[in-house]
Structure formats: C-alpha cells, structure tokens
Design a protein around this ligand. Structure first.
Ligand code: 13P
Length: 262
C-alpha cells in the first residue's frame, strides 16, 4: 500500500510519568521495538509530548534516537507577567521543536478559546515550532449532527493565514467522546472526519497543503485498533494518551505502524 505521507506516532503523556523514568522508558522502547527502534524512526516520525519539567532531559535522551520531543502547551507572548506559562523562546532555548496545541482538555478544563489557540498556533509557526493542532467534537455535538460544523469552526479560527506550509504543522482529530473513555472512533468515523479536514484544507488553503498535512487520530487509540485505523491512508498516525504510558504498549503500536509503512 502506498501512503501519501510519512506516518507520525505521537505520545501525549499529559500530566503523567516521572522524569526519573525517562531513561528506563527509552531502554524499554528499544527493547520492545521490532525490527529495531532505529529502523522504526527511519520510517516513522515518533514524537513524545511530555510535561514541561521533563522537556530538556527528554530532549537529551531521545534526540539521539531520532525521536522528537514535544511540549503540550505554550503561551503566545514572548515574556512577561504570565505566571505558570511557558514561552516559545523558552522552548527554542532548549531545542524543543514541537508543541501540542488546543487539546480538548485545555479547551474544556482551562477554558482555552479558539482565538487563544490561533494566537499560539501563529506564534509557534513564526518561531519554527511545529504545532499539533487538536480539533474534535463533543458527544452531544456528534449526536446532533454538528461534527463537521464544530471542526470547521475550530479549523477556520486557526488556519486563517494565506501562507501555510503543510510540512510545518499537524492536525490531530480527537473526538472528545473518545478521549480516555475506551471508546475509539471506528475507522469509518475517523476516516470521514479526516477526509472532511483534508477537504477543508484543500478548499480554504491549497491542494498542496491538503496533500502534505498529516492528520493524526486521537482518542483511546490502543494496540488492538492501530492496524485497523492506519489502514485508512487518510489517517496519518496517532496522538496516543493512555496507551503511550507503557513503553511496551507504545512500542507495539510503533511496530504495527512500521509494518504498514512503505
Ligand atoms: P487517550 O489515548 O488516553 O484516550 O488520550 C487521547 C488524547 O487525548 C491524546 O492527546
């Protein structure tokens, strides 16, 4: 099967793990990767989204293994009185090149708005940090047929620039009802949403951006559904929460993605 884009398998550890376990996680990931972690990272883009205090150490451990380290959030201002926030310059200083943005937990628990997410997205691009922009509908929105309208609103508020390069950002489709619930979207549901997002990119930005942008699926993505989801070439990988916490499980998902990579 030819895939139009390189698969990206991104872990989102959220507020979990311990900085003291980073080395053993790396070792276990090596041990459980087949044929080997180095072969896997030649074919796949592997990302670990870790808590802010782990970033610098994680970068020093995983960069030599060709694994990208990602922040989970960032502020758009350069510096100032923003207690508790992290700036993009601070990420640049420690060599971090990616950040998750607009995760539904940030939208819901911390009341982030589409406008704030747009500011973060635009600033990240201007600082050469690759955002993984999360979008997705709540269960009541799906049940009332509003999925596409919600996706369109989330996309249109962030992707308003005319000049966008599909290699410089990723989108994660994360239906809120599937996050941490054990309910995974079926391949058809995910495929349909990804197709909608790609068509949106083609219509509103350009065909090239639509063809280049990697769209990941997130929401209770586990070992048993990885193969099924990745059979859709609209699904360019995963943003994986719970199942990424155990290196053995995450490695087994990488192994499957490797098998499905040309
Ligand atoms: P789970 O895989 O734990 O459902 O989390 C998904 C997610 O929110 C990734 O960002």
């Amino acid at each position: 099967m030819t895939r139009p884009r390189k698969i990206c398998m991104a872990a989102n550890w959220k507020m979990n793990q311990s900085i003291h376990k980073l080395e053993s996680y790396a070792k276990d990931l090596e041990n459980f990767s087949k044929p080997s972690l180095s072969k896997i990272t030649e074919k796949l883009h592997v990302v670990l989204g870790v808590p802010a205090p782990f970033l610098e150490k994680a970068e020093s451990i995983f960069r030599p293994k060709k694994i990208s380290i990602s922040a989970q959030n960032v502020h758009w201002e350069e510096s100032g009185a923003f207690t508790g926030e992290t700036s993009l310059n601070m990420l640049n200083e420690i060599g971090i090149q990616m950040t998750i943005l607009g995760h539904s937990e940030r939208r819901t628990l911390f009341h982030e708005t589409n406008n704030e997410i747009r500011l973060k997205f635009e600033k990240a691009l201007s600082k050469n940090i690759t955002p993984i922009l999360c979008v997705g509908e709540k269960i009541e929105e799906r049940q009332t047929g509003k999925t596409f309208a919600v996706l369109e609103e989330q996309l249109s508020s962030c992707l308003s620039q005319e000049k966008l390069d599909g290699k410089n950002f990723l989108i994660a489709y994360e239906p809120v009802w599937a996050i941490g619930t054990g309910l995974t979207a079926t391949r058809d549901e995910a495929h349909e949403a990804h197709k909608f997002i790609r068509e949106y990119l083609e219509k509103k930005i350009s065909k090239t951006v639509a063809e280049e942008t990697r769209i990941l699926y997130g929401g209770s993505m586990k070992q048993d559904v990885t193969r099924e989801l990745l059979r859709s070439t609209e699904i360019d990988g995963g943003l994986i929460g719970g199942a990424s916490l155990e290196p053995e499980t995450f490695a087994s998902m990488l192994n499957i993605a490797y098998e499905l990579s040309p």
